[in-house]
Design a protein around this ligand. Sequence first.
Ligand code: HEM
Length: 530
Amino acid sequence: MASTDSIVSWLAVGAFSFLALHISLEKIQAVFRRRNLPPGPPRRLLRDNRADVPVSHFWKTFASWHKRYGPVVSFYLGQTLVIGEDSSLKPSDYVKFDNTIIEVLGTAEAAHDLLDKRGEFYSGRPRQIVGHEILSGGMRGIGMSYGPRYRRWKSFMQAGLNNTAVLKYRPLQSLECSLLIRDLLNSKAPLEYKAHIRRFVVSVIFCVGYGRRVKDLSDPVVVKNMEIGEYFIKVHVPGKFLVESWPSLLYLPRFLQWFRWEPERHRKLDTELYMSLMNDVKRQIAENTAQPSMAVHSLAKQEEFGLSDEEIAYALSAPWAGGVGTTVAAIEVFLLAMILFPAVQKKAQAEIDAVGRTPGFEDYEVLPYVQALIKEVTRWRCIAPTGVPHSTSQDDVYQGMFIPKGATVYANIYAMTTDPEQFPDGDEFRPERFLDNPQLRNYSIPFGFGRRLCPGQHVALQTLFISIVRILWAFEILPGVDDKGEVVIPSPDSFTSGLVVGPTPFPCRFEPRHSTTVEIVHNEAEGAEI
Ligand code: HEM
């Protein structure tokens, strides 16, 4: 009996030693591998690189690191994302420090090599406990880690937003655009155009999601969605919630998890809104009055997608979350560029005038300069300068550099779209660069990479095309005046900061180009009224 005991003890000691050796070997290996991390700003003793990363416009700092250290740089930061959504936040406001490694990819080549070609393990998202798991019940695709649930969500998005599916949204986009042009024509105040552009985009996005047009921004559904968006941004402020730094707080009894209380209240309201919007469409389908939309399509194929009612309701909110701020910002970049580069404006207008009537989607093929101009809008001042960060699900080695599992990976879209080798004189707004270079035919850098590539890019490009072509057809886009009546030439570099950025407000004037414009615009708007 004694000898059996000692055998068991020896076995236990053996197993323990083996485990300890194994763990420490892994640790030692990890330390050695980490020595091969991509280069980056030196890490201070026992501290991360937080102080090296400015709170706003940090992609410009990343770009300066690329010049110094190369196309892939790495640095240390807490687990919490630093995305500068709240520009009042100072580095000292962050509470987190746990050595998360951030990789930044500064060339399109590195991004294609890793995010596209090795997408199988570069397609996760950094963990967001409050914003994704608690507030969204894990149901917003943009925050999902890469796995079966994400793939189901993505097939759903692609089915409603692929390049053929989006063709059915064109008639509504065109009608909405007629109203936009009428509203711009009637604008009185120098900044009024901003609200008209937003209403137009919101209505298009609601048509895509639910087949429902929006007459004005005071529509309660719009107001509620805006509130949801504002709260979503609020909970993603780095360092706001201790649980992001100390996930073990999730082991507390649920009623003691104070950080859940407010987001869970919001989640209940969000779910109610999303479900009611989806149920409206169900009713319209039953009454045979539903317009083409992602909702109609998805409800018809619910089983095929394998999504519950609640999952569909949340998925249908994705176009709003991903599509409104981005598209509005891109149209405003277009206006800014037209004010600052009037020769480009004239050249595009000459091409459009050759159509001989109000231009529409059917003229796309005969407007190559306008097509190039739209690409240049998305390049000249990209509106998602760091995209949405990815994360890795396994260790990797790239050109001798070690990229560990769990690293957060930013594609520095700003650095890529201003890369002087690919885009000489990047500050010049020059659509010709896309006409002259066949290699840029499939240019899609501003929409991200790999398996997380923006699913809304086709609908965004359609919205940009119809609005840009009609604005150029109807108006001379001119700088506006300030309160004293003096002309304001806007700065090409004054932009907001955040995950999505846009020009800071600048006054803009819309002068009808032809004597007939006013009448045509009013007639077309009359036929497009809701
Ligand atoms: C000019 C307009 C737009 C730009 C520049 C843009 C850009 C981007 C970028 C850079 C990403 C991150 C991709 C990545 O992780 O690599 C993204 C993701 C996303 N976008 Fe867009 N976007 C635009 C418009 C839209 C529109 C109109 C919609 C919806 C109709 C949309 C829906 C989404 C969604 C749902 C995601 C998350 C995808 C995922 O996590 O897999 N976007 N977008």
